[in-house]
Design a protein around this ligand. Structure first.
Ligand code: F6R
Length: 592
């Protein structure tokens, strides 16, 4: 988590960094800071707690001079949300400024060593050890670049670091495990956690690899060194096809609603896979002895749904494992195992760790990922792309349904029914158009009005609708802060039904296949006073509120979640919360 950006060029650095930080806020938004280097004034720093725009109103980032700079938006790991803990952090001699994303696991040892050498610390962060370690190395007579290289080699853990030194027109950077990408411009270069930070300036990028050390110098050259190989290395230049409009809100009040609406197109784009890769992946699945889906959060729910789809369409069992639990299954991995890692960001540390574990056992790795060039993308044997463009809202919406679309297409391909799968996904266009239309939004808004002051919401489904119930509960709680829990319809009576009382809302996902049994479960809830919200193709007399979703069989998980994405959004707005940046969350979870 945390977003970082650096700029070196001929324009005012603070303005470019400020706009970049606004686009990186999905990675963390509890505090922010910028340091710029001006030839006459030296390095200036402004930082505080709060959102980037609020801090700018208070401190006026845009008045900072200089054409070189670094900026950071924080998601706290070590130390409270305070101005002292905000980045950039500075060395004791006030000459070296560092921003950092990740965790320095051995910071306590480094800190004690530095304290033993007379260094003082003014924050609770692990990051503050880095500029001081660089200063410590420079005191041995090394120049800034060499000192930073030697300092970085002493760090354990995952990090992406940018550093500047007083009087030197350059930015040095290093990466291990946390994302970092260089943007190449004309007489200007950028380096950031993610492409949208500089997308309005350039679409030409170079992905930074683990253990790379990078120098962006005053001649507008970008040099890559491998810390492991101890020499300069070359990295390929890529061109990205994301557009800046995709990273802007347009006419929408929030990215969340914009991205929900985009699903009309993104499900189609996800279904538009490179056929040779898709068939190669399908063959790998057929040949494997043991297939694992590995993911976290919403991506895990997509995998759980897909395991039902694979069972029904391809007649195959797939193991679905939470990435953070994957190490418990390591003993079962062999070179014949296939691991399919599913991740929007491609940077979720638990997913990357699972992939590393699988690679140690020589298992084959397939990724299903949105961010081109992400760590997961680069470390897999084959990758299927989600093709949704950037997802800016912290909550996953369009990438969740894109994951489902890719996985459903894959199941059809494994079953030898690729054309049929593609045609079924194409047919969803019209349905999603209606589900995201103004009239559906108005209808759901009436439901949101009824639910906005509730303390608990339950969601249930059976079969394919069970993972949808889990995802619906996650969407509601993470953005509206109303407690929501999802269950398999059959499970509620094994305990949780004790919580149902007069007026407790329960969203019931139903389909032709599951209707009989799930309606019985809904009746059990209704008999105890529950308020039943039915998501189904047909109304039923036990529903107190009905949301119509045409039955699309195996693809119901794609369409039925959409009204609840809209409901979650509206609950957040009605309750006065920012749906794009829910508290305590960050879009890409790059810490354990
Ligand atoms: C929920 C959400 C998270 C992510 C999870 C995995 O709306 O977005 O639960 O799904 O953090 O992230 P990725 O897919 O980037 O690995």
């Amino acid at each position: 988590m945390c977003g970082i950006i650096g700029y070196i060029g001929e324009k005012n650095a603070a303005g470019i960094i400020y706009n970049g930080l606004k686009r990186l806020e999905y990675r963390g938004y509890d505090s922010a800071g910028i340091a710029t280097l001006d030839e006459k004034k030296g390095i200036q720093v402004k930082k505080d707690i709060g959102r980037v725009e609020d801090i700018n109103r208070k401190l006026d980032f845009l008045s900072m001079d200089g054409t070189v700079g670094i900026g950071h938006t924080r998601w706290a790991t070590h130390g409270w949300v305070t101005k002292e803990n905000a980045h950039p952090h500075v060395s004791n001699n006030k000459k070296i400024y560092v921003i950092h994303n990740g965790i320095v696991e051995n910071y306590q040892g480094i800190k004690s060593m530095l304290q033993g050498n007379g260094f003082n610390f003014y924050s609770e962060t692990d990051t503050e050890t880095i500029p001081n370690l660089i200063e410590f190395e420079m005191r041995k007579g090394k120049d800034f670049e060499q000192a930073t290289k030697d300092a970085v080699k002493q760090l354990d853990g995952y990090y992406a670091i940018l550093a500047m030194h007083e009087g030197e027109r350059k930015i040095v950077a290093a990466r291990n495990g946390s994302p970092l990408v260089v943007g190449l411009g004309k007489n200007e270069n950028f380096i950031a956690s993610d492409i949208p930070a500089f997308l309005e300036h350039t679409k030409t990028v170079m992905y930074v690899h683990d253990k790379d050390f990078i120098v962006l110098n005053g001649n507008y050259e970008v040099k890559f060194y491998s810390l492991q190989e101890g020499r300069e290395v070359s990295r390929p230049i890529h061109s990205v096809d994301w557009s800046i409009e995709q990273a802007q809100k347009g006419d929408f009040d929030h990215f969340m609603m914009k991205e929900i609406s985009e699903q009309v197109e993104t499900v189609q784009k996800a279904a538009n896979q490179d056929e040779s890769t898709l068939f190669a992946v399908a063959n790998a699945i057929k040949d494997a002895k043991g297939v694992f889906f590995v993911a976290c959060g919403s991506s895990y729910h997509a995998c759980l749904s897909a395991s039902y789809i694979f069972s029904k369409i391809a007649k195959m069992h797939i193991n679905v494992i939470l990435a953070s639990e994957f190490s418990n299954y390591e003993d079962y991995l062999t070179p014949q195992t296939l691991v399919i890692a599913v991740s929007q960001s491609g940077e979720t540390i638990d997913v990357l760790d699972a992939v590393r574990a699988a690679k140690r056992k020589n298992a084959e790795i397939i990724s299903i990922v949105n961010v081109v060039g992400s760590s997961l993308h680069r470390s897999s044997d084959h990758a299927l792309m989600l093709n949704t463009g950037p997802e800016v809202c912290v909550l996953s919406t369009k990438t969740y349904t894109a994951q489902l679309a890719v996985l459903a297409l894959l199941a059809h391909t494994v079953a030898g029914r690729y054309e049929e799968g593609k045609a079924r996904l194409k047919y969803l266009w019209n349905i999603i158009y209606n589900l995201t239309s103004a009239s559906t939004r108005d209808h759901i808004r009436r439901l949101a009005d009824k639910l906005k002051d509730k303390e608990h919401i339950f969601t249930i489904g059976r079969g394919l609708q069970y993972p949808t119930a889990l995802e619906a509960a996650l969407k509601i709680k993470e953005v509206s802060y109303i407690h929501a829990e999802g269950f398999s319809g059959g499970e509620l009576k094994h305990g949780t039904i004790a919580l149902i009382e007069e007026g407790t809302p329960c969203i019931v996902f139903s389909s032709k296949e599951t209707e009989m049994e799930i309606i019985s479960n809904a009746m059990e809830i209704k008999a105890r006073g529950g308020y039943i919200i039915g998501v189904n193709s047909e109304n039923n007399e036990i529903f107190d509120f009905f949301i119509k979703t045409p039955d699309v069989g195996i693809l119901n998980p794609i369409t039925q979640i959409i009204p609840i994405q809209i409901l979650s959004y509206q609950l957040a707005v009605l309750r006065g919360f920012d749906p794009d940046k829910p508290r305590n969350l960050a879009k890409s979870v790059t810490v354990k």
